[in-house]
Design a protein around this ligand. Structure first.
Ligand code: SF4
Length: 251
């Protein structure tokens, strides 16, 4: 049991970090072990959870929370229950170091392009899924509102899309694929500073393949008062999940 007396007061700002958690759409089974799980299966599941934590913008807040309330189970802030136990045994200095890092997080530790973000989990092998998603020809299959895409010179890609009011727009963008990091990044010249990235994280465990797909988007053009941009990202990751799991199973 967590130490309830240590829980922060129910003030929104104290818990706000959870709104940005990379694991919000991840199956809790990745972070908490099933009964009697031991050995390689436990190590594989812990490693998968840590890979999600590694790209989480609130990893320090989460780890600090778990230490403060002495969460007895699960991976929190990239730390297993055993690792947290060891940190707590190291004494208050470990907690103070973690708290200080949380308060003084440098700019470069901020999440990439944090303006808009959406994430989902997919029952698919990460390498095969990334190969599918990074193929330019497949972009219209999952990018909301994109109707066509084809490669140009170098890292250029030409896209066609339909706006919410039905207007057809065409444009050129740069499109970089980092196969080692399983990350796609794209953007276009001109006003709006439009940039985005998509990352596939391997969260497969001993019981089967699994991937987390996270999409970030930055633009200064749209204040998104009506949620259009965030809605588009949510639709994109939902399309990835549906497309891959229902129509193009990748294992
Ligand atoms: S650090 Fe890990 S467990 Fe904590 S919120 Fe982020 S992804 Fe979830």
């Amino acid at each position: 049991m967590a130490e309830l007396r240590r829980l922060p007061a129910p003030v929104t700002t104290v818990w706000d970090w959870q709104m940005h958690a990379a694991c919000r759409e991840t199956d809790a089974g990745v972070f908490f072990h099933p009964a009697r799980e031991r050995g390689p299966a436990a190590a594989a599941r812990d490693a998968a959870a840590k890979r999600v934590c590694a790209v989480c913008p609130v990893i320090e807040e989460c780890g600090l929370h778990a230490l403060l309330v002495q969460e007895p189970y699960g991976v929190w802030g990239g730390l297993t229950a055993g690792e947290r136990h060891d940190l707590l045994r190291a004494g208050p200095s470990a907690l103070r170091r973690l708290a200080a890092r949380t308060r003084t997080r440098p700019e470069e530790c901020a999440p990439p392009m944090a303006d808009f973000r959406a994430s989902t989990t997919v029952n698919a092998d990460a390498a095969a899924l990334f190969a599918f998603l990074s193929d330019v020809r497949n972009l219209p299959r999952y990018f909301s509102r994109m109707t066509a895409a084809r490669s140009g010179d170098g890292n250029e890609v030409h896209t066609e899309a339909e706006t919410p009011d039905g207007t057809r727009v065409e444009g050129d963008a740069w499109f970089d694929v980092d196969r080692d990091a399983r990350r796609i990044a794209w953007g276009s010249e001109g006003p709006g500073d439009y940039r985005g990235s998509l990352e596939v994280t391997d969260i497969g465990t001993g019981s089967g393949p699994g991937s987390q797909v996270t999409v970030w988007l930055h633009t200064t053009r749209v204040p998104d008062h009506d949620g259009t941009v965030q809605g588009g990202l949510d639709a994109t990751v939902a399309a990835v999940r549906q497309l891959v799991e229902e129509h193009y199973p990748i294992t």
